[in-house]
Ligand binder design. Structure first.
Ligand code: ATP
Ligand code: MG
Length: 412
């Protein structure tokens, strides 16, 4: 059918034509926003899940929801080896700029911006998540007021963040709403920054201040947070973002098609679900290829069969291959061993070929004929690159759904 009218949107962070199966998360967040704006105690949300399940898209939707509630918002994408100081300053700057036009006392805004500037210009000493001076000097906050001193500028990120966020929350209190800072890829924050962020959230919730941090990250994000502060489990509400169930996956495909007056035969939807496993990225990829290949409505199972190789070829390049290429030869060898073992484990557990089980690291070492310690660098590098994660001690699993199956089909 007409590719110009193809509604599906495979791609990282691409807004889907229909955000299916996330009603619960949206409802919960509505309540969180309302309660926090009224000074009620409430835990913020942390979205966790595998690659391509729709964390970024949901985080962006929650941000829109906060804006609808007239909250100030800002967003950060955490990166390994990058200090939180500058990005958090930029995000708060954005959030307060959204609130400023509704504020009755411009000097209060200027006061906050002075503190923000001092915070941003202060470097965090190396070893505490600090960045090299050269990089730092290039940053232009675009704030006209002079930097103030004596607040949020101690150099200790934990102290500074608590002070800065408290002041930002006070601005939001003045206008009767709140501020939400969204952090994507949150597992990539440095340990000091995670710790500081938890401490700040803890302090803010005790004060009943209307500022929340909403995060998204890989499945081991809860472990990253609780390693920093043991009370983090009580601070955040973790929401596991998972594959879509059959009803939601069908809706993700049918609702956008209906708007174009296109329908699916039931058998086509059966086959699409079998192929995608309900993973949102795959739902979009198979949906898109099928649309392009189908000659007319209704779309049939035969259309899906014809289109599937194209969807798979695109996934092999865009979803799997691009990630595999980030790994060194030693890391690839490690992942190949994982792929073989995860299938065996999966079968024992009654799993299917599309479900990769977690694999004990000791078994990977055994299968490669190596000492476990000698494989630690490969494992740590793969975790840092976000390709694998360690959910339970002594095991690793792929962050990318169907990655084991993909690797098993690749020639060594
Ligand atoms: N609820 C949903 N319904 C339908 N499609 C969705 C849904 N959520 C996400 N998608 C689609 O899935 C794909 C992946 O979404 P997104 O980039 O948000 O995933 P992610 O979890 O952030 O992945 P990564 O860990 O790689 O960053 C996009 O093409 C998006 O359009
Ligand atoms: Mg994402």
């Amino acid at each position: 059918m007409d590719p110009v009218r193809n509604p599906y949107a495979p791609g990282a962070g691409q807004r889907p034509p229909e955000l299916a199966g996330r009603g619960r998360e949206l409802d919960v967040f509505d309540v969180v926003l309302e309660r926090i704006a009224r000074g009620r105690p409430e835990r913020s949300l942390m979205l966790t899940g595998l690659r391509g399940v729709g964390k970024t898209v949901l985080l962006n939707t929650l941000r829109s929801q906060a804006i609808t509630h007239l909250w100030g918002t800002g967003k950060i994408e955490a990166r390994p080896d990058q200090s939180l100081r500058r990005p958090v300053a930029a995000a708060l700057h954005m959030a307060v700029r959204e609130l400023a036009p509704r504020h009755r006392a411009p000097d209060r805004i200027d006061g906050f911006l002075g503190v923000l500037k001092a915070f941003a210009q202060r470097s965090t000493p190396p070893g505490r998540g600090g960045v090299a001076p050269k990089l730092r000097d290039r940053w232009q906050p675009g704030i006209d007021v002079p930097a103030s001193s004596g607040r949020a500028d101690s150099g200790d990120i934990e102290i500074d963040l608590v002070e800065l966020l408290t002041d930002a929350a006070a601005v939001a209190t003045d206008v009767g709403t709140g501020i939400a800072i969204f952090i994507d890829e949150m597992q990539d924050l440095g340990a000091e920054d995670v710790s500081a962020l938890c401490a700040a959230c803890h302090e803010l919730s005790q004060l009943g201040a209307p500022l929340i941090v909403v995060g998204a990250g890989l499945p081991h994000l809860p472990a990253v947070l609780s390693a920093a502060k043991s009370y983090s489990e009580r601070l955040f509400r973790y929401q596991r973002i998972d594959r879509l169930d059959r009803i939601a996956a069908d809706q993700a495909l049918c609702a956008p098609a209906e708007r174009e007056e296109v329908e699916y035969e039931a058998k086509a939807l059966d086959l699409l679900y079998e192929k995608s496993g309900g993973y949102p990225y795959f739902v979009q990829a198979y949906g898109k290829a099928t649309w392009d290949h189908a000659p007319r409505s209704p779309i049939t199972a035969a259309d899906v069969r014809v289109a599937a190789p194209e969807a798979e070829a695109e996934l092999a390049v865009g979803f799997f291959g691009s990630r595999f290429e980030r790994a060194t030869p030693a890391e690839r060898e490690y992942m190949r061993a994982m792929a073989t073992l995860s299938l065996v484990e999966g079968e024992e557990g009654g799993g299917r070929d599309d479900m990769d089980a977690a694999v004990p690291t000791a078994e990977i070492a055994r299968s490669l004929g190596r000492k476990p310690a000698s494989l630690s660098p490969a494992r740590d590098a793969l975790i840092k690159k976000g390709l694998i994660y360690s959910g339970e001690r002594g095991t690793v699993a792929f962050t990318v759904p169907h990655f084991g199956r993909y690797l098993r089909t690749q020639p060594a």
